[in-house]
Design a protein. Structure first.
Length: 199
């Protein structure tokens, strides 16, 4: 087993996240980049899982968002579902697909990759990692990587009180201890918990 890097990807705070969203939305590929960021932070998807998504995985034949998506490609081929229920994610999907349908350069079909490169092909894992790295760099966020969305997703859900067993299912982990590694400890949250110790 290879040795994992000790440096964990940064977990973004609200101000950093808002800055990233604003930056990602700009430019010719703004709708695509915004959707990629929202999928990372709003569902905990890995880069390889985002790259593997096809249009017809998330939108039904009648144009409706599929709220429970069973992933076709995951790390270790572990079966897992994500839930496209957030209104911002739904809007980002609709906006981006609507834009894609207007393209004369690359005729649209539902079997295409959901996140499309400028060359009209699906992203490789590495090229999508580079896109995330560029967005973080341009947003002035240090210590972040393509894994930051996944770590922020896990940390936010824990801060909002999710049971770690449910979080483990959402993350597609084989053990709760693996999920615990993803969650960034927040001193403020620990203080609140400590306040409840005495009767």
């Amino acid at each position: 087993m290879h040795k994992r890097s000790k440096r964990k990807a940064a977990v973004l705070n609200k101000e950093q996240f808002n800055r990233l969203i604003k930056l990602a939305s700009y430019g010719r590929q703004g709708k695509r980049n915004l959707l990629a960021v929202l999928l990372s932070f709003g569902t905990g998807l890995r880069v390889m899982e985002i790259a593997a998504l096809k249009v017809n995985n998330v939108i039904s034949h009648n144009g409706e968002i599929i709220e429970e998506v069973t992933l076709q490609k995951t790390k270790g081929d572990k079966k897992r579902s994500i839930y496209l229920v957030d209104k911002d994610i739904k809007k980002a999907i609709h906006d981006y697909i609507s834009e894609r349908k207007l393209s004369k350069k690359y005729p649209f079909n539902s079997n295409q990759a959901l996140i499309f490169s400028q060359r009209g092909i699906s992203f490789s894992n590495r090229s999508l990692q580079k896109l995330f790295e560029r967005l973080y760099r341009q947003s002035g966020i240090t210590g972040a990587s393509s894994h930051s969305g996944r770590r922020t997703f896990a940390t936010r859900l824990m801060e909002n009180g999710i049971d770690i067993k449910y979080l483990s299912v959402l993350m597609g982990h084989s053990s709760v201890s693996m999920t615990a590694e993803y969650v960034q400890e927040n001193p403020e949250r620990l203080k609140k918990f400590t306040l409840t110790a005495l009767y």
